[in-house]
Design a protein around this ligand. Structure first.
Ligand code: Q0Z
Length: 330
């Protein structure tokens, strides 16, 4: 019986959230944002000991929660948060030549209980747009193309088929909706929201460079990066910095390259077991999402780990060891 189960007092709102949504409450740290699958906490201001300047920092923690059809399942996928954090860090480390990023550390300042699934990051002033890059026509892009021949105001060639590779990657920004779905906007509207056209041109250029770098890398490892979403901010010196998570399966569509075929939707590299099971389960895809059976959890966990290993080229155990998520054997 758990500590909680022995008591008779009703759960507080926060305790209920923690219990029902697998949300981690870290001792003393103020929780400042909780998304479908991640939490963000405020950390102490860090002094650099040199300049006398201080840096506000945040702790981003990826949980093992999984969503399909926009609903979060009550069943976690063990290690999913560690895989996603490991992939974000992999990409941050390999794309610093394209743009600065917010990562400070995955070790220093990270509470023991979230080692491997957390990042200490610089607090940024976030731009109020989602920066989507598409190399393939799918999802909402495919819907918009079928209706109008365009995506985010960009005219595309006629006769494209679902999931087809685009002649070149396109930048298709969207608004950040507090609730519900992000709305596609054109470049001019994004520039207006950001309030700086020159900056927005840089954001578009950097977004496409990041996508292209990652898509080329993934393709060589048998994975198609169909599209992805970045969030940018400005640091204390007004410099452009990529933040949030980058190029993870939660912020991107990854497809296995083998079996790729135009003319229909592609299976997701990571979530296809859950979607296939859900399709046969009788779930109407409306919240609440149902619990996931053990065999589907195990298959999905294996896919996440395979994604980490294919993309990074190293065993997932190396990530766990490097971050102290598991005790080192030597
Ligand atoms: C990220 C989000 C999450 C819930 C704000 N470096 C930064 N500075 C300031 N703000 C953010 C970042 Cl990354 C920021 N989000 C998205 C992440 C949980 C919401 F882990 N919102």
């Amino acid at each position: 019986m758990s500590e909680r189960g022995r008591r008779s007092a009703p759960l507080s709102g926060l305790q209920a959230l923690v219990a029902s949504r697998h949300v981690t409450v870290l001792a003393d740290l103020p929780l400042i944002a909780s998304g479908k699958v991640r939490e963000m906490y405020e950390l102490e201001r860090l002094g650099d000991g040199q300049s006398g300047r201080v840096q506000e920092t945040l702790l981003m923690v990826a949980s093992d929660r999984i969503s399909t059809y926009d609903a979060v399942h009550p069943t976690p996928i063990p290690d999913k948060g560690k895989v996603l954090t490991g992939l974000s860090v992999f990409w941050f480390e390999r794309t610093a030549h394209i743009v600065a990023n917010h990562l400070i550390s995955t070790v220093d300042g990270v509470p023991e209980e979230v080692l491997g699934r957390a990042m200490v990051v610089r607090k940024l002033s976030m731009l109020p747009v989602e920066c989507v890059v598409r190399g393939y026509i799918t999802g909402s892009g495919w819907k918009d193309y079928q209706a109008t021949g365009k995506v985010s105001g960009i005219d595309l060639p006629g006769g494209l088929r679902e999931s087809q590779r685009l002649p070149e990657p396109i930048f298709t920004p969207s608004t950040k909706a507090e609730q519900g779905h992000d709305e596609a906007i054109d470049f001019a509207r994004a520039a207006q929201l950001v309030g700086d056209e020159k900056l927005m041109q840089r954001v578009r250029h950097v977004s496409i460079e990041l996508y292209s770098f990652a898509a080329d890398h993934a393709r060589e490892r048998g994975v198609i990066l169909a599209d992805t979403k970045f969030e940018f901010g400005l640091d204390d010196d007004g410099r452009l910095v990529v933040g949030d998570e980058v190029l993870t399966p939660d912020s991107s569509r990854y497809w296995p390259a083998d079996g790729y075929e135009v003319g229909h939707g592609q299976p997701s590299f990571d979530k296809q077991y859950v979607r296939d099971w859900a399709a046969g389960s009788g779930w109407d895809k409306q919240p609440p999402a149902p619990p996931i059976p053990d065999d589907v959890v195990a298959g999905t966990r294996a896919r996440y780990i395979e994604a980490y290993e294919r993309i990074s080229g190293e065993p997932f155990a190396e990530w766990l060891a490097r971050t102290g998520a598991v005790a080192q054997s030597r």
